[in-house]
Design a protein around this ligand. Structure first.
Ligand code: DGP
Length: 115
């Protein structure tokens, strides 16, 4: 756990969040500033600042985060209508919290390319 990390504190239960699902390795909770009717963040409990900090040994964890997004999309009723699972890396891509997280967004039509 990184002492000054917001998402480490959420994962540890030190800062409240609306948790929707969790497992040994990850926690999923609703985004405080939702960009779609469903907007959930899936974070590893382990502190990893960005995707750039992951090596080949992170492949399993990354896969399980995406599979968690798939399961939660089904729970939220957006699996068939469609959803997006995205991971922003570094400020140029919009990352503002430096503890990796998958955004699960759905419940509305989405454009491409993203802004
Ligand atoms: P990103 O910009 O990709 O790093 O996404 C960070 C997201 O985290 C952003 O959509 C807003 C969300 N967020 C920031 N602070 C909090 C918080 O305290 N609680 C919750 N639930 N979400 C937060």
């Amino acid at each position: 756990m990184a002492a000054d990390c917001l998402f480490c504190k959420i994962a540890a239960g030190e800062i409240p969040a609306e948790t929707v699902k969790q497992a040994d390795e990850w926690v999923a909770f609703r985004d405080i500033n939702p960009q779609a009717p469903t907007h959930i963040l899936i974070i590893p409990r382990e502190h990893i600042p960005t995707l750039n900090d992951m090596g080949p040994d992170g492949a399993g964890l990354l896969g399980r985060l995406l599979l968690a997004a798939k399961e939660i999309a089904a729970d939220e009723g957006i699996a068939d209508s469609g959803y997006r699972a995205v991971l922003n890396c570094n400020p140029g891509a919009g990352q503002s919290v430096f503890h990796i997280h998958v955004h699960l967004l759905g419940g509305r039509a989405m454009g491409w390319p993203p802004g």
